[in-house]
Every structure is written in structure tokens, then in C-alpha cells.
Design a protein around this ligand. Structure first.
Ligand SMILES: C[S@@+](CC[C@H](N)C(=O)[O-])C[C@H]1O[C@@H](n2cnc3c(N)ncnc32)[C@H](O)[C@@H]1O
Length: 187
């Protein structure tokens, strides 16, 4: 289990490779936000944060949910640019199509048909990032964020008992929140 885990809810992110790499914001359902979060979570200046995992929850059409787990310990072929990270997801979705069980689609990337509640059961000390939170961020090990939208009312039923932490009064990009969380934990 990783020391740090970032879970990002991709509300419209497509669960089939029915989009082009040139259209991450539109046809892929704001996948640009999610791949930026992968870069912010796993990349430091000259290498990978091996103590960190990322869990992207794809909740868009046609076969939601699919969770894409990036293991900082095991990941290979990850580059800092958004397009190549999106290509890893796209190729993974093509391989994973019609599979029911978890599958490692490339080294360090696993796809599985699980939802938010299942992810939370596996991960330690979760906290929700929210502009109105009042709880201590730095004792958590799992950080849950929305994409360009906050969790829905339905998702909040799963998240309602979690502590919530705020990173200031301004509403920030999810990827910027991740950089601030690393800063807090790096000390
Ligand atoms: C772009 S924001 C969502 C924007 C806005 N709340 C909305 O729904 O239109 C994406 C996510 O980043 C996190 N976030 C953004 N600003 C934050 C802050 N100041 N404190 C804590 N979390 C924040 C939240 O998890 C939020 O769901």
C-alpha cells in the first residue's frame, strides 16, 4: 500500500477509447484534468514519487465505472506530458474492453470495474478535499478530489462520514491541490 494515495473522480471521463488524443477536454470527457492530476501526483523534477499511487475514477459513458490505478512503485513508460499519459489510458481501455476482472494494461497501470466505495475500502486514512473543510490534512494518507466539478450528491452519500480539508478560500484546479498536498506532506 502506498504512503500517499490520490483519488480523482472523473465525472464524465469516457470508459471506452472512443475519443482522440487531440480532444482530451471534449470527446474524452475532461480527461485532461485527470492526466494533469497524474503528473502532479507522480512526477517530481527528475523522477517519480515511488511512495505515491493515483486512482482515476472514470464515470463517463459507455461502461462506468472503471478505475485506473497508477502505482508509483511499479509504473513504467510514464512521461511528464499529458498526451502520453492519456495515450497510456487510451491503449489500456482498448485492451481492457469487455474484461470483467482487474487487468494490468501496462506496467504499473491496472484497470478494474470498481466504484468510489470499493476504492475507499482499500485505502488508508481517507480525507475529502473541499473548500469548506476544517480537518487536518497532514495526518491523512488518501486524498479524494473532484475533477472540474465537486462530488455529486450521490457521491457525497459515500463520502459523508469522511473528514474534509480546505486548502484556502480560492477554488483551485485539482492538480494544483495535489501539488499543495505534496508540499504539506514533504515538510
Ligand atoms: C476545480 S475544483 C471544483 C470547482 C468547484 N467547486 C465546482 O464544482 O465548480 C476541483 C476539486 O479540487 C478540490 N479543491 C479545489 N479548491 C480547493 C480548496 N480551496 N480546498 C480544498 N479542495 C479544493 C476539490 O476536491 C474540488 O472538487
Amino acid at each position: 500500500m502506498a504512503e500517499r494515495n490520490f483519488v480523482i473522480i472523473g465525472h464524465r471521463a469516457h470508459t471506452e477509447a472512443d475519443w482522440k488524443l487531440d480532444d482530451l477536454c471534449g470527446g474524452a470527457g475532461r480527461l485532461d484534468v485527470l492526466v494533469r492530476c497524474v503528473t502532479a501526483s507522480l512526477w517530481k523534477s527528475h523522477g517519480i514519487r515511488r511512495n505515491t499511487d493515483v486512482w482515476l475514477l472514470l464515470k463517463g459513458p459507455p461502461n462506468a465505472p472503471i478505475t485506473v490505478h497508477f502505482s508509483g512503485q511499479k509504473i513504467r513508460y510514464l512521461n511528464p506530458d499529458e498526451r502520453s499519459t492519456a495515450a497510456l489510458i487510451r491503449n489500456g481501455l482498448i485492451k481492457y474492453k469487455n474484461n470483467k476482472k482487474a487487468m494490468e494494461t501496462s506496467p504499473g497501470i491496472t484497470m478494474e470495474r470498481i466504484d468510489l466505495g470499493d476504492i475507499l475500502e482499500r485505502l488508508p486514512n481517507p480525507i475529502l478535499l473541499n473548500e469548506n473543510g476544517t480537518d487536518d490534512l497532514c495526518s491523512a494518507k488518501t486524498f479524494i478530489l473532484g475533477d472540474d466539478k465537486d462530488p455529486t450528491d450521490d457521491e457525497m452519500k459515500t463520502l459523508q462520514n469522511l473528514p474534509q480539508a480546505c486548502l484556502g478560500k480560492e477554488s483551485l484546479l485539482s492538480s494544483a491541490c495535489i501539488t499543495l498536498i505534496h508540499h504539506c506532506l514533504d515538510g
